[in-house]
Design a protein around this ligand. Structure first.
Ligand SMILES: Nc1nc2c(ncn2[C@@H]2O[C@H](COP(=O)(O)OP(=O)(O)OP(=O)(O)O)[C@@H](O)[C@H]2O)c(=O)[nH]1
Length: 387
């Protein structure tokens, strides 16, 4: 059996229909509020991330400064090797070497190293970690020999102290590097998260805007359609489906205005009135009278050209505007309809031309005079009135 024939729908089509129906059914304001809420939450996360990144960056800057100070300290501490008794065998040689390196005495070197340790101490105050600076501070004094004797015990003590000092410095440097790396990693992760949040906020905002535009266009389309329907209904006779008096006056008025502007060929007007309609109504009833009116309108629609305007302007009175057609031609057309086998309804017609583009009301008054003549001439005939 052919499924299409019984109304089978492809599942994807059903889904598409379902989603668009759902989006349409959701109240616009509630949807906007939800969307906005999600955007705000995402934006709040992004702001929190930004402030964290800012904090991490300033800590990183301080860590970098700390690292640089430690590096300077390592370079400066290299001069401590000049004090090693194995290299400088006595105080004189040691002092000479220190002088060469730019220090007046071992104590000056110690003082400068302590100054750098003091800088590190200050920097540490703003770091989220505790560096073992106190230990270094204490040990620096012990490193400076007061006596440059050649005793091997003393020389060994100084050597091992300097080694320990460098070991401690290396550990400190590693510790700071590790903290700095952890901070860089954390701030990279936060930056990546922020990028994702920004993309999400953008996507949500764009989809919200698109949804609103779509809903608005759908609503305006529907509104346009309903307005058109109402407008058409207001201009149409519900019984016969042709224009009512209001529609007739509006369209013919517009047509005549355009004729003036574009110097079009003249039109002519025919007013057609069913004969003895009251008698028919009284004999066959109102319902049958309605059918007769519907039937007469159908005859007119079938026999006039599609461009001609047909209207029911009174109870059993119809008007036709025959475009680009003079009144004599129009009379021939009307008489041909009356005489055709299809037309089983007697009617009288009054005709006039609208060649000087006067108002439709005036033209109808002239056509009515012709109709009056036709009625008084025994009905079921056409008369022309010129003006
Ligand atoms: N069934 C029906 N009758 C209508 C409608 N509108 C008007 N009529 C009737 O149409 C009749 C018109 O009667 P008259 O104006 O005397 O016209 P007539 O009987 O055709 O007479 P002549 O035009 O002189 O031939 C009245 O009885 C109205 O009630 C309608 O919509 N439906």
């Amino acid at each position: 059996m052919n499924q299409t024939a019984v109304g089978f729908k492809h599942p994807l089509k059903t889904l598409k229909l379902g989603l668009s129906d759902l989006a349409e059914a959701l109240p616009c304001q509630a949807l906007n509020a939800c969307w906005l809420f999600v955007c705000l939450v995402l934006a709040a996360f992004a702001v929190i991330n930004c402030s964290q990144i800012k904090g991490l960056r300033s800590t990183q800057a301080r860590l970098q400064l700390t690292q640089n100070t430690i590096n300077d300290l390592v370079i400066q501490s290299a001069n401590l090797r000049l004090l090693e008794p194995t290299i400088s065998t006595n105080e004189r040689i040691s002092a000479a070497r220190l002088k060469q390196a730019g220090y007046q005495s071992a104590h000056e070197l110690a003082y400068q190293i302590q100054s750098r340790l003091a800088i590190l101490n200050t920097l540490q105050a703003e770091l989220p970690v505790q560096l073992p600076l106190q230990r270094l501070n204490d040990s620096i004094n012990k490193l400076i020999p007061t006596d440059y004797s050649n005793s091997s015990a003393d020389s060994k003590r100084i050597e091992s102290s300097i080694d320990q000092w460098f070991k401690a410095l290396a550990q400190l440097s590693q510790q700071v590097q590790a903290i700095s790396n952890a901070h860089t990693q954390r701030s990279n992760t936060l930056e990546r998260n922020n990028l994702l949040l920004a993309i999400a906020v953008l996507a949500f905002s764009v989809s919200l805007a698109a949804l609103n535009i779509w809903k608005r266009s759908k609503m305006s389309k529907r509104f346009e359609f309903e307005l058109k329907l109402l407008t058409n209904q207001a201009r149409t006779d519900p019984l016969t489906g042709v224009l009512n008096r209001r529609g007739w006056l509006e369209y013919t008025g517009k047509y005549l205005k355009n004729c003036q502007k574009e110097a079009r060929k003249p039109a002519s007007l025919a007013v057609l009135d069913i004969d003895y309609f009251k008698q028919y109504n009284d004999t066959f009833g109102h319902e049958a009278g309605d059918d007769r009116l519907r039937h007469f309108a159908a005859i007119l629609r079938q026999n006039f050209r599609p461009g001609d305007l047909i209207a029911r302007v009174g109870g059993e009175e119809f008007a036709v505007m025959l475009m680009n057609c003079n009144v004599e031609e129009s009379r021939r057309i009307v008489d041909r309809i009356r005489e055709s086998a299809l037309c089983d309804i007697p009617f009288s017609a009054g005709l006039t031309n609208i060649d000087n583009h006067e108002s439709i009301i005036k033209a109808m008054a002239v056509a009515d005079q012709a109709l009056y003549q036709a009625k008084h001439s025994g009905r079921n005939c056409s008369k022309i009135a010129y003006h």
